[in-house]
Design a protein around this ligand. Structure first.
Ligand code: CS2
Ligand code: MG
Length: 407
């Protein structure tokens, strides 16, 4: 069996999804997602200019060797562009493998460990009252877990340019600026206000709601350790990205001062980025994604390392991931013995469903993987013709005195 051609498409309904389709001489094709949020054209170029020419003629069934060929063969290894491009190829090859076998991909890992996978949604409020209403909205839709983010009083736009846009913010690429929006940040104000937010959430929603919170890399290690200690009593499901991801040992300081569960990993690209923190057991949840961390082959390796150290999964599922990478993660979620939770924010619109037809389903805050052979998600090329690339930027963050900070 041979790969005969492969094509890359960039665009989507309000999104710059990067979709790869690999064709074979057996008439079977596979699909993969390489959407690197706000840098989408780069993995697309990496695929078109460098990887696809080598891919033609390879046997698609040898997904491990193909992964190693592109990883080791790059010389300048890793990094989000390379790993997103390799990741898309890898997803498409697993899709093909499942279709050859006539089995959903999770069966190729060892079958199902659970029926439904717990997911969480984002509740974002420009202020506390708006946040409480948004949480109530998700609870009424059956969600058992919600990530809570709140605008902070006395910071311009509450510290988050996006928070003022409310519940749906960040779902469309157009929520981001034509040039980078600027957020002004003050950790002291944040640290004073967030415990009040958690207090009010517990008062109104009780003890059972699973509350997640994303610090989004904005604290220093000592601040994050003190914050974790202070909010232990609110029993969070996790505190995410307390400090910038570059420094793994920052997690050690936090871990040694608080029992609040720590989640990190959405910007990691390889097992080497998270190896130390997993092996040292400084974290509770690993948040890599199939798109940014080299596809199913590599993420599965990370999940298995994590399982040895009591670290559960909590894959990244921001709206920038297309239904293809979310399907890849759904198959891993169905299988992983150390599954924790899945962030799930795919656009549920008619347009998105038309571009990526699938039988995967969501009910009462649980994701149910489809039994269709392969990844169980398709890509409609005729629909794709309606869309094109629209350049946007993530916001940047500065402290009140102008110092550049972490988004
Ligand atoms: C966030 C993301 O989903 C999350 O946890 O941290 O929304 C993040 O801001 C985006 O994925 C950046 O592209
Ligand atoms: Mg995050």
């Amino acid at each position: 069996m041979k790969i005969t051609s492969a094509e890359v498409f960039v665009g989507g309904p309000g999104k710059n999804y990067v979709t790869l389709k690999i064709m074979t001489d057996a008439g079977i094709y596979g699909v993969g997602d390489a959407t690197l949020n706000t840098r989408e054209t780069l993995p697309a170029a990496y695929l078109k200019d460098y990887l696809i020419p080598c891919l033609i003629g390879m046997d698609p069934r040898n997904s491990e060797d193909i992964w190693q060929y592109f990883y080791r063969g790059a010389y300048f290894r890793r990094g989000p562009v390379t790993m997103a491009a390799i990741g898309a190829i890898d997803m498409a090859l697993w899709d093909i493998k499942g279709k050859i076998a006539g089995l959903p991909v999770y069966q190729l890992f060892g079958g199902k460990s659970r029926d439904g996978a717990l997911v969480y949604a984002h509740a974002t409020g420009a202020n506390l009252d708006a946040l409480l209403d948004t949480i109530a909205h998700y609870q009424s839709k059956g969600y058992k877990a919600v990530r809570v983010q709140c605008g902070i009083p006395d910071m311009p736009e509450g510290g988050y340019a996006i928070a003022k846009k409310g519940e749906d913010a960040k779902h469309y690429i157009t929520d981001f600026g034509l040039m980078p929006d600027e957020e002004i940040w003050d950790s002291e104000k944040y640290l004073k206000y967030m415990p009040i937010v958690f207090e009010r959430i517990r008062e109104r929603f009780g003890a059972d709601l699973k509350i997640l919170h994303d610090v989004h890399h904005r604290l220093r290690p000592r601040e994050a350790a003190a914050f974790g200690k202070e909010i232990e009593k609110y029993n969070l499901f996790w505190m995410e990205d307390p400090t910038p991801a570059d420094d793994q040992s920052a997690l050690k300081l936090i871990r040694h001062h608080t029992t609040v569960p720590i989640a990190i990993g959405e910007v990691f690209n390889s097992i080497w980025d998270c190896k130390t923190m997993i092996e040292e057991e400084w974290i509770d949840f690993i948040r890599v994604s199939a798109t940014y961390a080299g596809g199913i082959t590599h993420v599965k390796r990370i999940v298995e390392l994590a399982a040895l150290h009591n670290v559960r999964t909590g894959f990244h599922g921001a709206p920038s991931h297309s239904p293809i990478s979310m399907a890849a993660q759904a198959h891993l979620n169905a299988w992983a013995p150390n599954f924790g939770i899945q962030e799930y924010l795919v656009l549920g619109t008619k347009e998105c469903g038309a571009l990526f037809p699938s039988q995967h389903s969501m009910e009462n805050g649980m994701f149910y993987v489809s039994d269709t052979p392969g990844l169980g998600v398709d890509f409609d090329e005729t629909e794709a013709k309606r869309y094109s690339f629209d350049r946007r930027y993530h916001p940047i963050v500065r402290l009140e005195d102008g110092t550049m900070w972490n988004y």
